[in-house]
Design a protein around this ligand. Structure first.
Ligand code: GTP
Ligand code: MG
Length: 370
């Protein structure tokens, strides 16, 4: 409803409720702190206190924290972020494992040891690629539904002995809807009954025209089992990335997306975050969905503690007060008060949503002094 209690309005502005009551009195309104006022009146009060007024749609409340676009002059090249999709058993996990093993930056650190839902590898050219290790399409769809487009490129895995199946079609649909370029990994090429030509034909029926047939979609024959074609696939990713001219400003407060979140014994709530712009540092105060925290430690995909993580670097963030949800926005904010305020507000929205679930259109507009 487009009303707010005096107390709540005061909370959102981080002002004393008594002062809000006084301000209302000056406007000729007698109100107690538990009384509700309409949105127009609230807006006047907010202006009176010198705060910025923003009426936001419900959907904005969840994603309204991101800062303004960066100046082009501040943008620096960044690595691509890749998601692997495909039909069940076509070899997504095997392919991600094969790629993980193709990392040339393993060195004495011992390579990628941690399973944190995403990892970054270095290829022989020195370029880096981040892979999101989603368990299925749901996470991808969910993130997209929340407006969090984390993926630059989709690797569509198709088993050469099986061809296009139901979930392959679904994945194609998702990629197209998200306007994300696809690279086809024609997998299990080592199998005697592999038929890569058939895969190309079937792709055609779903408007995926591979380069060999005059289209613009790269296709690479691979075997996650024998590692054949893995290097070529990684080169194809870099080629696609070059076309996309991916950039981000690393020199600003961090923003990103929660890839995975869980409670771990002895570590508390842990979230794997993919930083999209800016750089997150130990000590930063942040909001992740309806939770907040102060970064106690950052742990990379090699299990090493790091001081900071910039764009496209996946890190585990420790120091959360609660457990966020995969797909939640992660934003560093100025101070704890602000973090608390936003988290509280979002939790209220969630509770309100749950309370009004079924009652259509009740929370059309909300007032926020954020
Ligand atoms: P879900 O997560 O269940 O959807 O499956 P997935 O797509 O992750 O497939 P996964 O990597 O689990 O592979 C399924 C089966 O195919 C496993 O038995 C793999 O060993 C096998 N497999 C995967 N890639 C290859 C390959 O390139 N060649 C051969 N011969 N077998 C493969
Ligand atoms: Mg799998």
């Amino acid at each position: 409803p487009e009303t707010i209690t005096v107390q709540e309005l005061a909370n959102r502005m981080a002002e004393r409720a008594g002062d809000v009551v006084k301000s209302l009195m000056k406007m000729g309104m007698m109100a107690t702190i538990n009384q509700t006022i309409d949105a127009d009146t609230a807006e006047l009060v907010v202006q009176e206190f010198g705060h910025r007024v923003r009426r936001v749609a419900e959907s904005d409340v969840e994603l309204g924290m991101r800062g303004e676009a960066d100046d082009t002059a501040d943008l620096l090249p960044r690595s691509p972020v890749v998601t692997v999709m495909g039909h069940v058993d076509h070899g997504k996990t095997s392919l991600l494992d094969a790629i993980r093993n193709a990392d040339v930056a393993a060195g004495e650190a011992g390579g990628i040891t941690q399973h944190i839902g995403a990892y970054q590898i270095q290829i022989p050219s020195g370029d880096k690629i981040t892979f999101i290790d989603t368990p299925g399409h749901e996470a991808f769809t969910e993130m997209r539904a929340r407006g969090a487009n984390v993926t630059d490129i989709v690797i569509l895995v198709v088993a050469a002995d099986d061809g296009i199946m139901a979930q392959t079609v679904e994945a194609i649909r998702h990629a197209k809807a998200a306007n994300v370029p696809v690279i086809v990994a024609c997998n299990k090429i080592d199998k005697p009954d592999a038929d890569p030509a058939r895969v190309r034909q079937e792709l055609l029926q779903h408007d995926i025209v591979v380069e060999e047939m005059g289209g613009d979609v790269q296709v690479v024959d691979v075997s996650a089992k024998t590692k054949q074609g893995i290097d070529t696939l990684l080169e194809a990713i870099m080629l696609q990335a070059e076309v996309l001219e991916l950039k981000a400003n690393p020199n600003r407060s961090a923003e990103g997306v929660v890839i995975e979140a869980k409670v771990e014994r002895g570590r508390g709530s842990v979230a794997t975050v993919l930083v999209q712009r800016g750089t997150v540092k130990v000590g930063d105060v942040f909001v992740a969905g309806a939770e907040w925290g102060r970064v106690r430690a950052l742990v990379d995909d090699r299990g090493a503690q790091v001081d900071s993580a910039g764009p496209t670097v996946p890190v585990e963030v420790l120091g959360l007060q609660g457990t966020p949800t995969a797909g939640d926005e992660f934003v560093v904010v100025e101070n704890e008060g602000r973090a608390r305020e936003i988290a509280d507000y979002r939790q209220r929205v969630i509770r309100e949503k749950q309370a009004t679930a079924g009652a259509r259109g009740t929370v059309e507009q909300m007032l926020s002094a954020i």
